[in-house]
Design a protein around this ligand. Structure first.
Ligand SMILES: Cc1ncc(COP(=O)(O)O)c(C=O)c1O
Length: 409
């Protein structure tokens, strides 16, 4: 099992501040805001220097204006008649994503993000299959939200190991399929290394065995279609493959949408019959969601259009190329894989990678450090608002950090 951010097998105590009494009386607004400011000042990185999490930084500016218009609105499945306008914003945003991802008739939901979308997918697959002792098969590189889903729903999860090129061993997928299998899962691409699974092979197996296939396109949904527009050779990964039952993507990764905005899309409305709406009117996992997220999603898609997202993708890929060239120019560093999407991983065969991470941190640059597939590595997640200037500054800080570690070694 990939323990992505696990650095030791012994869990440290869960970090909590000392006990804090519930205030007896209220503070002034100024004192309250000072308290908020003081705590926020402890966040170590300026937004533009944080390459460490799969989303940082401001969404597209239109989101703020749309959110102001939608302030106080909400959407929830069971009370959609109460807010038909907000509901329409949500469903039109879903339909636009469905068109982008190869099937305009797909139905679905805005979710709170990738985890909720993945939980929703396995719930739907389980309800559709109605099998005893249900089993799911996925590459070990799939996101850990599927492990949460398995834990919550009592599913047996088979994790297919990766080969030397970090691709799932497809021969093993087929041998693991049995009469208890309810779903296959794959990533387009995975969040750690950014590797695109062979979705068409998964789709062919799903079609052949009559299985549900869910594609986790958390990163890819808002990116791969635009890469394709730019002339990159992107294999099919979406509803254009008949074996794909559902697909999800996150607006808050590369879609310029606010945290937490995900999309869960289902090929055929009839599949929703598997959700018991008489007694459980929540088709996904959480119920009431902020209307400003639906408004923001709708607004950014309308404001940017395909052309705007394509331009955003072109700029990010330029930034990625600059960072990759910078890493390749530092003798002690080695890329783990050639990046497809704006996720860059590198390691070193001669230096302590953790020390490089710490030096970068000391210079105010955020990244992710951890052991992945038994290899220490640093990961940069590069976001749409980065520019070439950031890229050059990051590379310079990285070269400096490596030089500092080299000197001590
Ligand atoms: C491939 C993939 N799927 C799902 C998720 C979960 O998304 P969220 O953090 O929005 O729940 C992530 C998060 O990084 C991811 O990389």
């Amino acid at each position: 099992m990939a323990q992505e951010f696990e650095q030791t097998h012994k869990r440290p105590p869960y970090p909590m501040p000392p006990p804090l009494s519930f205030p007896e009386t209220g503070l002034s607004a100024a004192a309250t805001l000072d308290g908020v400011r003081e705590r926020l000042s402890q966040d170590p990185y300026a937004v533009e220097r944080n390459f460490g999490v799969s989303y940082v930084g401001p969404p597209h500016p239109i989101t703020q204006q749309a959110a102001e218009l939608a302030a106080g609105t909400f959407f929830t499945e069971w009370a959609r008649d109460m807010n038909p306008g907000t509901h329409r914003l949500e469903k039109e945003a879903v339909r636009m994503m469905a068109s982008l991802l190869g099937h305009p008739e797909a139905v679905g939901f805005i979710t709170s993000g990738g985890t909720e979308s993945n939980l929703s997918a396995l719930r739907l697959a389980r309800n559709l299959a109605r099998k005893d002792s249900p089993e799911v098969i996925m590459p070990e590189s799939a996101h850990y939200s599927f492990r949460v889903a398995a834990e919550l729903m009592g599913l047996r999860l088979h994790e297919v190991p990766l080969d030397g090129a970090f691709r799932p061993r497809m021969d093993q997928v087929e041998t693991l399929i049995n009469e208890r299998t309810i779903a296959l899962v794959c990533s387009a691409p995975d969040g750690s290394l950014g590797q695109l699974d062979p979705v068409s092979e998964f789709a062919a197996l799903a079609a052949q065995h009559g299985l549900y296939l869910h594609v986790d396109a958390a990163f890819g949904g808002f990116f791969l279609p635009f890469m394709r527009d730019l002339g990159y050779d992107v294999p099919p990964f979406d509803f254009s493959l008949p074996g794909v039952s559902s697909i999800m993507t996150d607006g808050h990764k590369l879609g310029l949408l606010p945290v937490a905005t995900g999309f869960f899309l289902i090929r055929d409305e009839a599949m929703l019959q598997a959700i018991p709406t008489e007694t459980t009117v929540i088709h996904n996992i959480t119920a009431t969601k902020p209307g400003d997220h639906a408004a923001a999603a709708w607004a950014v898609m309308q404001r940017l259009g395909r052309a705007g997202y394509r331009e955003s993708a072109r700029r990010i890929l330029e930034v990625v190329d600059t960072i990759v060239a910078g890493i390749e120019g530092i003798e002690e560093l080695r890329l783990v894989v050639k990046p497809l999407i704006p996720v860059v991983n590198f390691t070193s065969d001669v230096l302590d990678v953790e020390q490089v991470y710490r030096e970068l941190r000391a210079r105010g640059w955020g990244s992710t450090y951890g052991r992945l597939y038994d290899m220490p590595r640093i990961r940069f997640s590069i976001h749409p608002h980065r520019d070439l200037d950031h890229a050059h500054q990051l590379v310079a800080a990285l070269a400096d950090s490596v030089a500092a570690v080299r000197k001590r070694s």
